[in-house]
Unconditional design. Structure first.
Lengths: 187, 230
């Protein structure tokens, strides 16, 4: 049997796509590092970017190049968010089918799991109740902050000024401390 | 002396709560549509605050939120861009349009998986030869060549890789639509006879190695032009 040993040539996917891949390769790696992906994952990421660019371009040459240069951020975002939702739906579906074995979420706050022995189920429930009792505008800000998100991200997500976030956070944390003290909860 | 909770102590307590919740098998409590509305800043503030509160309570929803949030990073907000966004308009707002495109594509890629239609049958060759061993980043595609006759275009081979649990094979149309996908432990795959290939048509194919440690390594794409003549 005669098998070709010709290596796959990256140029076969189209010079336009390869140029684009080089340009955003650094960004892919930064995004991957931010979310804790290892190098293998990043390699797969680049390949997935390739297939998506290729599909969006419709072809690797000629028309494909023209389409790639006319893609708008809004168009790309819609396609990407649609793909993301499809992925998350599949993951949810897979987890529902599986029994147990749920992996730890990738973004647990620092110290998660290490210090939980410091708290009884009852004390955690009391703290949770104190947070739940916060005013609706303060509560998610406090939760987000205590989960580890910086104030700037809270402001950006909610479209608020930093002053507004700082004010709500300050008042929310003070309220929380008072509620804990009133309930006899000491650190 | 009265002791009050410091920020760090409160964060530790919240981390403990999250760890306990993560240990349960409860499904995520926030709908994906609500998650997307939150990161896109759509809907009323009251609803978004309620969604955010629910997300921060639920480690699984928060992981999903972070992924979607990454997707929107660097994108112009709805209130910052016209309904019809042009690349020129985006690039004039202080950041290169490409940076938006790149960020989105990067995030999309982090999220992306190739959709594998279920139910397609796969047949492997019984007459396979033991392929070469190759320890590398990705498997190399061996055959068919990039331009072959219709009769030669149905048998696909690639290098075996160490530590690979199985291979995911994908044959795509030039538009990027799956023509045939399969998973196999073999390094040879013969298209089932009910999978049509059209003469004078170009396809693409690739193989993703799925390793025992859960990592995946895709090969580069290869063109496959099916000639009508030998």
């Amino acid at each position: 049997m005669s098998l070709s040993s010709e290596a796959a040539d990256p140029a076969h996917v189209g010079p336009t796509i390869e140029r684009l891949l080089i340009r955003f390769g650094d960004v892919v790696r930064r995004a991957g590092a931010k979310y804790g992906l290892d190098r293998d994952d990043l390699d797969e990421v680049l390949q997935e970017v390739r297939i998506r660019l290729w599909r969006q371009g419709g072809a690797t040459d000629g028309d494909g190049e023209a389409k790639l240069t006319t893609l708008t951020p809004a168009y790309i975002y819609r396609a990407a968010s649609s793909a993301a939702l499809d992925l998350l739906r599949r993951r949810r579906s897979e987890k529902q089918r599986s029994t147990g074995g749920l992996e730890a979420p990738p973004h647990l706050p620092a110290g998660a799991g290490a210090d939980d022995r410091l708290y009884t189920r009852e004390s955690l429930a009391a703290i949770e109740a104190a947070i739940d009792a916060l005013a609706p505008a303060r509560r998610p800000v406090v939760r987000m902050y205590l989960t580890g998100y910086p104030r700037e991200e809270i402001a950006s997500l909610l479209g608020w000024s930093d002053d507004k976030v700082r004010n709500l956070l300050y008042r929310g944390l003070e309220d929380l401390r008072q509620r804990l003290a009133a309930g006899g909860m000491r650190p | 002396m009265t002791r009050t909770w410091t920020d760090e102590q409160l964060k530790t307590a919240v981390a403990a709560m999250q760890a306990k919740r993560a240990a349960t098998a409860d499904p995520a409590t926030v709908s994906l549509d609500d998650l997307l509305a939150l990161v896109e800043r759509r809907g009323s503030e009251a609803v978004r605050l309620a969604t955010l509160d629910a997300v921060m309570r639920d480690p699984r929803a928060r992981a999903e939120f972070d992924l979607l949030r990454a997707l929107t990073a660097g994108m112009p907000r709805d209130d910052e861009r016209p309904a019809s966004v042009s690349s020129e308009a985006s690039s004039s707002r202080g950041g290169a349009w490409w940076s938006h495109r790149v960020t989105l594509l990067a995030a999309a890629a982090v999220l992306a998986v190739v959709i594998v239609p279920a139910g397609w049958r796969m047949r492997t060759s019984a007459s396979r030869q033991e392929p070469l061993r190759n320890v590398g980043a990705a498997t190399q595609l061996l055959a068919p060549a990039t331009s072959v006759s219709l009769g030669e275009a149905r048998r696909f081979t690639w290098y075996a890789m160490s530590g690979v649990h199985r291979y995911r094979f994908e044959l795509l149309s030039v538009e990027g639509l799956p023509v045939f996908t399969a998973r196999t432990t073999d390094t040879v795959l013969v298209l089932p006879t009910d999978v049509p290939l059209t003469a004078n048509t170009e396809y693409r194919w690739w193989v993703v190695t799925e390793r025992t440690d859960g990592t995946q390594r895709p090969s580069p794409f290869r063109r496959l032009f099916v000639r009508s003549t030998p």
